[in-house]
Design a protein around this ligand. Structure first.
Ligand code: SAM
Ligand code: SF4
Length: 495
């Protein structure tokens, strides 16, 4: 059992969701079915894929039986994520049998990890495409149409799809993900991401701001800036004297906090980017994920504190509370460093909600070391946590260096212990909001009743309250919190 409390970035309820978009341009008579697994980055990538194929005249369908092309955008982060995809592929076999001309493609992290081996292992699959090769999809589909199977898993040092304006799929028209960087250079020893998504690269800051502005103009009221480690975002504006892409850092300067943004900065760090996006409109909420404890700076925290529309919520994965385990995880911080960052958040943004990721039963973890994770949870009292048993991934540093030696029952027991602990703290954090007034962005009707609206508080808690005819989804309301569950605040609108 991996337990997580869903939010928009790690949304369990969206796993396997099929994407539907409004037809654009001229239809080529072919239908695309695309479903996604894993993190928000994959869902965001599926929007890029759909945009590329919509340009070529594809329409989307929500029924794979009617599709001419089926794409499954995959996740490799834990073994069970891959098992899920393999099982799903079996379900496509019947449709392909009935329509032998159908193209079945595997996209994303699992495609990148297994490459051409996928074609050997899964006879159903015609095309395997890694996360940096989506521009090549129309060609690859043509290749399959001409009777060949096709693979493109080249990773790029430059590709950010900055110029592709993603169609928003299955959107409520209120919140959107905006990818600000791709890849990861961190090499945490348990993690497959650096191998499946390649080197870290930051997207043109002005294209990020332009996309956010465009979303705001279309009525969106919340953007979530996405990257594996947003704190290491750094974009250097190419020097005008040099051709595109050759700008060097030495040519630029890093803006210091509060410096006037009237002049375009030549080097944009994450604090600068947050500020630029916050300035799009005070009515646009800004969220971001994921922060890395080694890189999150006080400058970022001060920027969050300075702008009312940058939400007071930070996802700061700890992974373990023990310094030896953090060392062999190659996280490059220790317990004291992490606590210092928590103290800085509490000092600079006193009302900030904090969530985390935890892995139990990493290689050689002793009972005392596990207890350090438990006491870290006591120290921080996280608002939410995503908790996982360690799952060895082939090719990672941990798989090469350390034995996966913690028995399954012990991993499970440790996981259950931290899950129980987290439930206590989630409830504690929720209870602390009773009697407070939360500014909520209305997202729509609650899942259970169309007599209630739902939306998120600044601190990312889900809030449910009775519908008022004076307010519509996309508007902000003040809600007085009257009671809670461990995952939801319940209240009424106050003016
Ligand atoms: N870049 C983010 C970070 O550094 O925290 C998140 C990356 S990953 C998509 C999300 C989470 O999956 C990680 O924070 C970690 O807790 C978990 N994870 C990654 N590899 C894992 C593995 N091999 N076994 C169990 N959990 C894993
Ligand atoms: Fe994986 Fe670490 Fe990069 Fe996160 S920071 S994606 S856990 S390597």
């Amino acid at each position: 059992m991996d337990l997580l409390i869903p939010d928009k970035v790690h949304d369990e309820s969206r796993q396997g969701e099929a994407l539907i978009l409004e037809p654009v341009g001229k239809h080529n008579g072919r239908k695309l079915y695309i479903e996604s697994y894993g993190c928000a980055m994959n869902f965001s990538d599926s929007e890029i894929v759909a945009s590329i194929l919509a340009e070529k005249g594809f329409e989307t369908t929500s029924d794979f039986n009617n599709a001419d092309v089926i794409f499954i955008n995959t996740c490799s982060i834990r073994e069970n994520a891959e098992v899920r995809v393999r099982n799903r592929l079996k379900e496509f076999a019947g449709a392909k049998f009935r329509n032998p001309g159908m193209v079945v493609g595997v996209l994303g992290c699992m495609a990148e990890r297994l490459k051409a081996k996928f074609l050997e292992e899964e006879k159903l699959v015609d095309v395997v495409v890694g996360p940096d090769a989506y521009r090549d999809l129309p060609n690859l589909i043509e290749q399959v149409d001409s009777g060949q199977r096709a693979v493109n898993v080249l990773l790029s040092r430059e590709e950010t799809y900055a110029d592709i304006s993603p169609v928003r799929l299955n959107s409520n028209g209120i919140n959107a993900f905006v990818s600000i960087m791709r890849g990861c250079d961190n090499m945490c020893s348990f993690c497959v991401v650096p191998f499946t998504r390649g080197r870290e690269r930051s997207r043109d800051a002005y294209s990020v701001v332009a996309e956010c502005k465009d979303l705001f103009d279309k009525g969106y009221r919340e953007v979530t800036l996405l990257g594996q480690n947003v704190d290491s975002y750094k974009w250097t504006k190419p020097h005008p004297a040099l051709s595109k892409g050759e700008g060097s850092e030495e040519d630029g300067k890093v803006l210091s906090f509060g410096e006037d943004l009237g002049e375009a900065p030549e080097v944009v760090n994450f604090a600068n980017l947050l500020e630029m996006v916050a300035l799009v409109s005070p009515e646009l909420r800004v969220r971001f994920s994921t922060s890395h404890p080694k890189d999150i700076t006080d400058e970022v925290l001060h920027t969050i504190a300075k702008y009312e529309n940058i939400c007071n919520y930070i996802h700061l994965p700890v992974q373990s509370g023990n310094s030896r385990i953090l060392d062999i995880m190659n996280r490059t911080y220790d317990r004291e460093w992490y606590m210092n960052r928590i103290d800085a958040i509490r000092r600079i943004i006193p009302e900030c909600a904090i969530s985390t990721d935890v892995i139990t039963g990493f290689c050689t973890e002793t009972e005392d070391e596990h207890n350090d994770t438990v006491t870290m949870m006591d120290y921080v009292k996280y608002d939410f946590a995503y908790m996982f048993k360690y799952s060895e991934r082939p090719g990672t540093l941990a798989a090469k260096r350390y034995a996966d030696d913690i028995p399954e029952e012990i991993k499970q027991r440790r996981l259950a212990q931290i899950v129980a602990k987290q439930q206590e703290y989630s409830f504690y954090r929720m209870q602390a909001r009773i009697g407070k007034v939360e500014k909520v962005l209305i997202e729509g009707y609650s899942k259970k009743s169309d007599k209630d609206y739902c939306g998120r508080s600044d601190q990312n808690a889900m809030v449910i309250f009775p519908v008022s005819e004076n307010y519509k989804p996309g508007q902000y309301v003040n809600v007085l919190v009257e009671r809670t569950t461990s995952a939801t605040l319940i209240g009424t609108i106050v003016d």
